[in-house]
Write a protein that binds this ligand. Structure first.
Ligand code: ASP
Length: 323
């Protein structure tokens, strides 16, 4: 099976965030991802682009979608893939993040995919290793592959990103997904609104180039895309909403609130979803409006494109086959 090719290399050693990427780089990643969507729909999904390469997934936080899709992405490109989690690693014995990183680096992986609860931890680690590093989500900072897969999902459905009105709703304050999406959508010329209670928004959020709303019906008016976020209680100290019931009443997406958006507005959620908290089941499972499963499918394709581009050499040449 031949691997899809894109004409350029990525030009960055790591993928640590969306902030700082150029529109052309994002477009190149999305274009390459398109070819992997087709690849993943074939019966024989085994490719060769990463044959002889080693990918290590190092997840210090729980994950279903991101970890599994990076594993599948690596395997479908022919790489050897290893998964490490803190419960079964020497982190449990007191080893620091950097010592763990240096230890793994000494085994000559080609790519480390790292998720960590602390914002900035993945950047720090990337400075200490010689292989490519992909940020699989660091604290409330960035989750670049989520924003890329969201962009691919939107672009495939609506044909473009430029000029769209996107509302990101819910726990913006603790969300790396929100931050990466705000960066990406702004870079690509979409308009972004955030809709949340004041307690779930950073007070200087406008500086990211978004319009702020505290009312769902007002915030959703005229939107093409409604992106819902989970209440990330694992990052909260104390209580940020009076009660789940009240939160759902004011900020949970149901068909009634959705009626304020454009008639064919589409619904997204990065998962994991908390039904009845930030989203009503009838909306989440609405096969005409909900893109939630498509987002998961796009996640594998986007991660294949990221692995492919980051393992090419920076001259744009294909890596030579290992002998
Ligand atoms: N899966 C996403 C993340 O890792 C969103 C979430 O956990 O709510 O940030």
């Amino acid at each position: 099976m031949t691997a899809p090719h894109s004409p350029t290399s990525f030009g960055h050693r790591h993928l640590l965030g969306i902030e700082g990427l150029a529109a052309g780089e994002i477009t190149a990643l999305l274009d390459l991802s398109e070819s992997y969507v087709e690849h993943n729909r074939r019966r024989d999904k085994k490719g060769q682009v990463l044959r002889g390469r080693t990918l290590i997934n190092v997840f210090f936080e729980s994950s279903t979608r991101t970890r599994t899709s990076f594993e599948l992405a690596g395997k479908r490109l022919g790489a050897d893939v290893i998964n490490i989690s803190p419960e079964v690693s020497a982190v449990k014995k007191g080893e620091t993040l950097l010592d763990t990183a240096m230890t793994l680096n000494a085994m000559h992986p080609d790519v480390l995919v790292v998720r960590h609860p602390d914002s900035g931890a993945v950047h720090l680690l990337a400075q200490k290793v010689t292989c490519a590093v992909i940020n699989g989500g660091d604290g409330k900072h960035e989750h670049p592959t989520q924003a890329l897969l969201d962009a691919l999902t939107i672009r495939r459905r609506l044909g473009r990103l430029e000029g769209l009105m996107v509302a990101i709703c819910g726990d913006i304050l603790h969300s790396r997904v929100a931050r990466s999406n705000i960066h990406l959508l702004n870079i690509m010329g979409a308009r972004v609104r955030v809709v949340a209670p004041p307690t779930l928004l950073a007070c200087d959020i406008e500086r990211m180039g978004v319009e702020v709303f505290h009312d769902m019906r007002a915030g959703l008016q005229g939107c093409d895309i409604v992106m819902m976020l989970r209440l990330q209680t694992e990052r909260m100290q104390g209580s940020f909403v009076p009660s789940i019931r009240e939160y759902f009443h004011f900020f949970g997406l149901d068909h009634d609130k959705l009626a304020s958006a454009k008639p064919h507005a589409l619904i997204m959620h990065p998962g994991p979803m908390n039904r009845g908290v930030e989203i009503d089941s009838l909306v989440a499972d609405d096969i005409f409006r909900s893109l939630i499963h498509e987002q998961v499918e796009m996640g594998v394709a986007v991660r294949m494109a990221c692995l492919d581009l980051l393992t090419r050499d920076l001259t744009g040449n294909e890596p030579s086959e290992a002998v």
